[in-house]
Design a protein around this ligand. Structure first.
Ligand SMILES: Nc1ncnc2c1ncn2[C@@H]1O[C@H](COP(=O)(O)OP(=O)(O)OP(=O)(O)O)[C@@H](O)[C@H]1O
Ligand code: SF4
Ligand SMILES: [Mg+2]
Length: 414
């Protein structure tokens, strides 16, 4: 165990900079340094998190250097296409990853309810984690049925969740379970408490799962696609319910979703994830109204919006690459229309495309900027400070971070 209960010079518990730890091989792994995440009244802070799958060929990084902060009472959305690593990030927070998946490095810091120092969940004992799961951090999983055991009634399962963490009599726990079912607006909560999960509709099940998650009034709720399985009306009701409960309790929420419409409605901050990395984050209104990363722009163009008329929806060509074969340079380059547009403009201006050093010509006839493909300059030399050749997150507007060289270049020129 690292950190050994000592505080580092910035006051964090279980941190690599604690007095007895010396320098970390990854550099100063401490929530006090800059990582594109604004400091402030955060409740949960992921710091340079890396998750890998152990395969025959070696470790495959499916979550790669991810830093996210969730404030008290704040809703933070994590968005991205399927396979980007959103659920793996959430599972890592609760230490629910099972082999062959594991956390390779990073920190997951949770601030306690009192003024005590943050706890690094990755270094917490198994016993401590059991006391945190469900009590201080609760999770709503992608599929409500997977969260409920089909052989126990809904009430029995909520009672068990309560009694696991609180010293209450069975009678009082049952009363609290019914009260929770009432709180999530389920009709006839006494009857629902006696029902088995298969007897409830999808919307009712999701409300029951939310009731169970809220059983011990957690500080933080991780909701992984909490409304995907629901129809539009029920989706709206569940989101409104979560928002009301959050306003009443000051609970922080990490909301994982594909749906940018939901993000616009409920999130204070948004993190856009692509191929295991955060490529853009900032205040929701700013990111959604003025997205700077071509991937975020592509996601927004794929999203139907009211008042757009019969305009055809765009798609982002191709799909999320396989983690065992992440593209070189910027991981988004095989799909990036901005890189292609700029490369086309350069080659059209040049007398001979094959001689043009700043672009790459692919066998399918598509051009891209060389830097986007190789991560280096036009001579192929690596760009200083860009690590493995991918662009790093940079603040291009107040609180708004983007990992794209061209967005950076354009913002400097603007
Ligand atoms: N047990 C596993 N073994 C190997 N690879 C895995 C395992 N679980 C997940 N992965 C891979 O990790 C990557 C990230 O998966 P993750 O479930 O986090 O994606 P996601 O962003 O949550 O997608 P979705 O929106 O579909 O839920 C994917 O490429 C997936 O194939
Ligand atoms: S760095 Fe290049 S490939 Fe990556 S998003 Fe920006 S323009 Fe596109
Ligand atoms: Mg998922």
């Amino acid at each position: 165990m690292r950190g050994g209960g000592q505080l580092c010079d910035k006051g964090y518990l279980g941190c690599d900079n604690s007095p007895d730890q010396g320098d970390s091989p990854d550099g100063p792994a401490c929530a006090g340094d800059g990582d594109g995440v604004s400091s402030g009244d955060w409740l949960l802070r992921l710091h340079h998190l890396r998750v890998a799958v152990d395969a025959a060929r070696g470790a495959i990084h499916i979550v790669d250097d991810v830093s996210i902060a969730v404030g008290r009472g704040e809703t933070v959305a994590l968005v991205g296409e399927s396979g980007c690593g959103k659920s793996m990030t959430a599972f890592a927070v609760l230490r629910l990853l099972a082999p062959p998946c594991r956390v390779v490095s990073g920190e997951i810091l949770l601030r306690p309810g009192d003024a005590g120092p943050p706890l690094d969940l990755l270094r917490a004992s198994a016993r401590r984690m059991r006391s945190i799961r469900g009590a201080r951090i609760a999770m709503i999983f992608q599929e409500p049925m997977t969260a409920l055991n089909p052989v126990y009634t809904v009430g029995e399962q909520i009672v068990e969740a309560i009694r696991l963490h609180r010293r209450v009599s069975p009678r009082n726990a049952r009363a609290r379970a019914v009260e929770l079912l009432r709180r999530v607006s389920l009709p006839e909560p006494e009857r629902i408490a006696r029902e088995y999960p298969h007897r409830l509709s999808g919307g009712m099940l999701q409300r029951a799962v939310i009731a169970m998650a809220l059983a011990c009034a957690p500080q933080l709720l991780i909701a992984d696609e909490p409304t995907t399985a629901l129809d539009a009306t029920t989706q709206r009701e569940v989101l409104d319910l979560l928002r009301d409960l959050q306003a009443a309790d000051g609970m922080g929420m990490l909301l994982i979703t594909h749906d940018l419409g939901i993000v616009a409605d409920v999130a204070d901050q948004v993190y856009v994830m692509y191929a295991g990395r955060i490529v853009e984050h900032g205040p929701t209104a700013d990111v959604l109204s003025r997205p700077l990363h071509p991937y975020t722009q592509g996601l927004l163009e794929c999203t139907p919006r009211m008042g757009r008329g019969k305009q055809r929806l765009e798609t982002i060509r191709g799909s999320v690459p396989d983690p065992s074969d992440w593209p070189s340079g910027c991981r988004f380059h095989p799909r990036c229309s901005l890189s292609e547009r700029l490369a086309n403009a350069k080659t059209e201006a040049a007398s001979s495309t094959t001689m043009f050093p700043e672009t790459v010509l692919f066998p399918d006839g598509r051009h891209a900027l060389r830097r986007c493909v190789t991560g280096g300059d036009s001579e192929g030399a690596p760009s200083p400070g860009d690590g493995d050749g991918a662009p790093s997150l940079r603040a291009l507007r107040p609180g708004h971070f983007v990992a794209c060289w061209e967005a950076e270049h354009q913002s400097i020129g603007a």
